[in-house]
Design a protein. Sequence first.
Length: 347
Amino acid sequence: MDTLTITRPDDWHLHLRDDAALVAVLPDTARRFARAIVMPNLRPPVSTTALAAEYRGRILAAHAATPGLPPFEPLMVLYLTDNTAPDEIDRACDSGFVHAVKLYPAGATTNSDSGVTDVMRCDAALARMAERGLPLLIHGEVTDGDVDVFDREAVFIERVLRPLLARHPSLRVVFEHITTKDAAEFVAAAGDNIAATVTAHHLLMNRNALFAGGVRPHHYCLPVLKREVHRAALVEAVTSGNRRFFLGTDSAPHAKGAKETACGCAGCYTSHAGIELYAEAFDAAGALDRLEAFASFNGPDWYGLPRNASQITLRRLDWTVKASQPFADGEVLVPLRAGERVAWQLG
Ligand code: DOR
Ligand code: ZN
């Protein structure tokens, strides 16, 4: 199979940033994906429906700023804080454009300092979300200093997620960017209200990629890449046919200088090859026939949204990723596989 035509996919976990950075990166996503769940970890965070409405307007303006892009719909997300009120959940549900609420444990990752210090503090908001069916998107890592960075996700399941679901058994949850066998097994064993997104980079790389020939800052993201046994478990999960695993790139652009420095930011930029990298991963697993469900059906089905009507075509024809691409304020970003080959091409 050298060409593959599939229903146009959606990205169920994306960082678009804001202002000039937003204008710089949005076209990569809009060329491939019809919709994206847009992460709210701006500074200040998108913590209210009113802020989400303004951010949505800026995304639509950025889309209009590049002529000729296919239509694109941003699906907005609220940033959960210790102080999110149940009324705010109602406003989000009634808005029609907010599709979820994101839980960042405080300090877990980029711009998470306004995140949740203890989920018990959000219990009233979570109860309202369960009542109204608004999904909670979870960055599933504990931040406790006693926990090894490679174990943060597995420990989160036991310390936070299981107790949270025991308190709110009907809460709809997406375990975002899962990176471990533990998380894949947890989701597979859970009920229909629990789903997960998986990134292309966690399907394609294990933690050796962090140190291949030297420290590789452009492979550093959170949750950090794990051992091969975990990567293999993720590939098995996404190619298993289970409809509760779906595509979420977690493409997270940072300026080159913010990555290549003494204390570099976490995040891999993958939107420039946002569907092509998944095609590589599914192809390597001999499961290209499972890509369309993962990329284009499972997400909208779980969120209760219509599947896209248009299609894209991918070709097995390799190409070289640019060494860098324009970002904001005269800076560049370094995309994943910079200067290297990607085996599949769009169009
Ligand atoms: O690697 C990451 N980068 N993980 C996250 O959770 C946040 C993201 C970002 O915003 O840069
Ligand atoms: Zn993310």
